[in-house]
Design a protein around this ligand. Structure first.
Ligand code: XIL
Length: 457
């Protein structure tokens, strides 16, 4: 018999975004690649990745003519191995620019910029979905920033940078990216005029990136209309670095407002047919750039410090047209040998609580959802927990834990009625073939026993 296990594609951000013909992206640094909590979520929930720092000039060309693509390559390789697209970020920017560039004589800047773009975009040729070719070119009043590139070349550096990037990687979508251009204001008006001029001159510009580093409650009400006017020029638009920062400590009401804000941004994008996707800057609150950049602020992402999805996660998923995993959509996991159900003792949400079997009663602590990423989740919203193996050897307890995307939280329902842990290969097992209420559940070597037989749903 094939166990009845519904796959819930709608329970991941990426699955639902893809159903809408869009992507949901995240940002990772080299350091993040060493954190299983972050990589687990990144690889299962997101289908686009932007390197946080690894493709910036100070990393890629720290000394004139000396290039280092190792860190960026690691992000590309993570993206490739998780079927994620990669957004190149960035080729030309006034910030994170090594001091040797700023000390060049003005006559050397054009050649240096072109050679930087050519070398980097050629290295990544064919591997990137898009490039932020020029990042943050504008001042808040809509004038162009007086950085080394502008000072050497005037406004012509923008067209020159785009043309050079296009020659090096003709298939990457080439973007200008900036912040505080999400609503209609002096800065976005200036970006709009620039885009019109570049397109009129035949410059290879494909899209505008709206960074979207928002303060709680301050998503502009005309964001969709603003993105639409760029789309009407024949450009793609993308939300490239979304976060919504909260003055700490974040209250429950703050988190609800943040959910509204994230939902609004996603709906604004879906409302524009040329809005290709939404990327969050970072995975979780514990590793976001916000506390380091904006004193007193934090809690800006979809996941909290324990990698648990926040109200904003559910709002994002539901704006994409999906439903949250766990809760209402769940079903019982029957322990066939005992005639009871997989049960969280005492309706506990405490991490580390070991599972037991109990009379089937339809309770929320017996309602499991087998997700498209192989998790078995229970409860919903901020209380969502995952069935989690505390180790890999026979006798290891099976517990609830916050969902990390880790291999110890992935479960395969097999045609012979067993459920195996994807990390250990061991079977979900009612200890000592007990049948009484309260018998604990563990991992054990698969042995064909009736205490290892389960049906889901
Ligand atoms: C940030 C990174 O996240 C930080 O790690 C780094 O210290 C500073 O830059 N706009 C951008 C991003 O385009 O490159 C910035 O990333 C955030 C603001």
């Amino acid at each position: 018999m094939v166990a009845a296990v519904p796959a819930h594609a709608a329970s991941t951000l990426r699955g639902q975004a893809e159903a809408d013909g869009r992507y949901l992206g995240t940002e990772l640094t080299q350091g993040d690649l060493g954190n299983g909590g972050e990589t687990g979520i990144a690889g299962t929930q997101f289908d686009m990745v932007t390197p946080g720092n690894e493709m910036k000039w100070d990393t890629t060309e720290p000394a004139n003519g000396s290039f280092n693509f190792g860190p960026g390559d690691q992000i590309v390789s993570f993206g490739q191995s998780h079927s994620m697209r990669v957004r190149g970020h960035n080729l030309v920017w006034h910030s994170q620019l090594p001091s040797w560039v700023s000390s060049l004589s003005l006559s050397q800047v054009r050649g240096t910029m072109e050679s930087h773009i050519t070398t980097e975009a050629t290295h990544y040729r064919g591997k990137l979905y898009a490039w932020d070719v020029v990042n943050e070119p504008f001042n808040e009043d809509g004038s162009l920033r007086q950085d080394v590139f502008f000072n050497a070349m005037g406004s012509g550096y923008l067209a020159d940078a785009l043309r050079t990037a296009h020659t090096a990687d003709p298939n990457a979508k080439l973007y200008l990216n900036d912040f505080n251009i999400e609503g209609i204001n002096a800065k976005s008006n200036a970006m709009f005029s620039l885009a019109q001029q570049l397109l009129a001159q035949g410059v290879p510009l494909n899209g505008i990136g709206f960074e979207s580093h928002f303060i709680l409650g301050q998503v502009p009400s005309n964001m969709q209309a603003n993105m639409q006017r760029f789309a009407n020029l024949g450009l793609d638009v993308a939300v490239t670095e979304l976060d919504v920062r909260i003055h700490l400590p974040a209250s429950g009401a703050n988190l609800q407002q943040q959910a509204t804000d994230f939902g609004n941004v996603v709906r604004d994008c879906l409302g524009v047919s040329r809005c290709v996707g939404v990327s969050q800057w970072g995975v979780d609150d514990g590793h976001s750039w916000i506390p380091g950049a904006f004193a007193g602020f934090g809690a800006a992402t979809l996941y909290d410090n324990n990698f648990q999805p926040k109200p904003a996660f559910n709002a994002t998923l539901s704006a994409l047209g999906g439903s949250s995993s766990g809760g209402g959509g769940g079903g019982a996991v029957h322990a066939v040998g005992a005639g009871r159900c997989l049960d969280v003792p005492g309706v506990s949400t405490t991490l580390g609580t070991q599972l037991q079997i109990w009379d089937c009663n339809g309770g929320s602590n017996q309602a499991w959802t087998h997700t498209s990423s192989n998790q078995l989740t229970v409860y919903s919203g901020a209380n969502t927990r995952c069935l989690d193996a505390a180790g890999t050897s026979p006798g290891t307890k099976v517990q609830i834990w916050s969902c990390s995307g880790g291999a110890n939280q992935q479960w395969q329902a097999n045609g012979n009625g067993t459920i195996t842990g994807i990390q250990s290969g061991l079977c979900l097992d009612v200890t000592s073939a007990g049948t009484a209420n309260g018998t604990l559940v563990e991992l054990w070597t698969c042995n064909g026993g009736s205490n290892q037989q389960w049906t889901i749903g």
